[in-house]
Design a binder for this molecule. Sequence first.
Ligand code: SF4
Length: 255
Amino acid sequence: MARYQLKEAFYTLQGEGARSGRAAVFCRFAGCNLWSGRERDRASAVCTFCDTDFRGTDGVGGGRFLSAETLADHLEELWEAGADSGSASGSSSDSASGSGVVVGSGLDSDSVPGFDSRSGAGSRSSTGYRYLVCTGGEPLLQLDSAAIEALHRRGFEIAVETNGTRPAPPGIDWVCVSPKGRAPLVLTSGDELKLVFPQPEAPPERYSGLAFDQFFLQPMDGPELAANTEQALAYCRAYPQWRLSLQLHKLLGIP
Ligand code: SF4
């Protein structure tokens, strides 16, 4: 049986929170403990507002991996292909190559004035900048010490975006917790707390005393997005501990 299952993985820009705009390999683990991912189960799920398809392993760059090493090799290939092509976005994939690499239909570095993609200027694929965002689904159902060690050996800085209901293994470099109102919170400290807003059972006041370095409100997407954004804006104005997080990738139309 596969040790790790990824719905998808691709090179892009982080779209949310404190590290928004940073180039990253986005690694979406399959499965979540708060919803099955099936529409018929949504109404009875603990988390009911999910906008992500995390079922299966059939997405761009997805797959099943028998070991931490093969998983880390795959993610390293995505970083190297993404950084070398300069494609920080993409809607097509080269799945026929077997690498699952996003080839990108967006920015073409060769067309950027004054930018020589052959010079190596800026060390685009330098290990010093390798950044991996582990998300899901719920990444802490699968991300373990073996994977963390294998990824660190390849020079990745590792971030997780978690619902906070599972303990985190040691060694993760950036912990972003996004609490869900009806789920018990286990992770009560970290680098960033990012609250989808509004959630009736999760008022920001419930979390503002926790041991996070930064606090974000992110308007809930959907038909009420404009009203939710207004409300989040007003809250951030009234309570400056909180900052507004917009979903940059959706605004830019990148994955
Ligand atoms: S916890 Fe996250 S991944 Fe799971 S159902 Fe909710 S929003 Fe989706």
